[in-house]
Design a protein around this ligand. Sequence first.
Ligand code: SF4
Length: 344
Amino acid sequence: MDFSTSIQNWYRLNKRDLPWRTVNDPYKIWLSEVILQQTRIEQGTPYYLKFIQAFPTVKQLANASEDKVLNLWQGLGYYSRARNLHHAAKTISSQYKGQFPKSFEEIRALKGIGDYTASAVASIAFNLPHAVVDGNVYRVLSRVYKISEAIDSGAGKKIFAEVAAEILDKKNPGNHNQALMEIGSLVCTPQNPKCNACPINQLCLSGADQTFASYPVKKGKTKITTRHFHYLFVTDGKKTVLKKRSEKDIWIGLYDFRLLESSLPEKDILKEIKSLKPIDVKKDGFFKHVLSHQKIEANFWHVRVKKLVANKGEVLVNIKDLDDYPMPRLLIRYLESSPTHTKD
Ligand code: SF4
């Protein structure tokens, strides 16, 4: 049996029952693909259901406010995905009258959609012959064919795209692509792949001599930088101030507290806070937060003032209404760490 027939037969019997697999609405397939980038299925599924409930059509997503979209996205991370999703929905609504574009090139041209997502939507929703290459596909193909070109190099990406296109079942591209990704996810796992239960073990070169652990090959690790944040939860007892992040940095569009970014010793930070003449100030928590390229070490300071005045660009918010504002997960962790914050 050839590669594609083997994986599709296996997929028919073993695929997981997931809500976006029972529809062929391109909007819903696109939404699921965007949510599942860098997110596990167990974590992403409730978000998919929440979005579909709030915005059953792409037009409804386009007409929502950015705050509402980011609020629903809260906790998933990589917020640029949500902003791009919203932007692309607006394009579909205005340029395509709410009808999802049907060609690979038009889908690929939407904001935030790269080769992977365009291929997934084009093949699954429109049966167009485009092969997907994601982390699962890299792993399976590198092991089956013993490809030692690095997956994070230009040359490697080209080779994997060519191999994926060559083995694609052009009559059933959506099914083929989903079968390949499902095998990577359930059978050819990063650790301890289940070679005995694998439908392509007869074709797999690294399974045959048990060298699968050497694949896929990667060039190098991404450098992680550490940043030191001091968040000031400034309050008069009822209200606090938030600022919408707009600079070219992480978390654009989300709200956070007043922030001092500094690696100075804590006594110097405290001196700076005291210069604001608060009634009281206390350190109220320390959290580490890891993003793809950054590690954030954040101190939270609870600063009580007599009269709270919002600075330029800030909004004055009742503490009990903080839930209405989309915030980075780091701040949610702080607020949830002690319910007394919200009863200040
Ligand atoms: S035989 Fe093993 S290494 Fe090869 S594709 Fe299957 S699970 Fe992966």
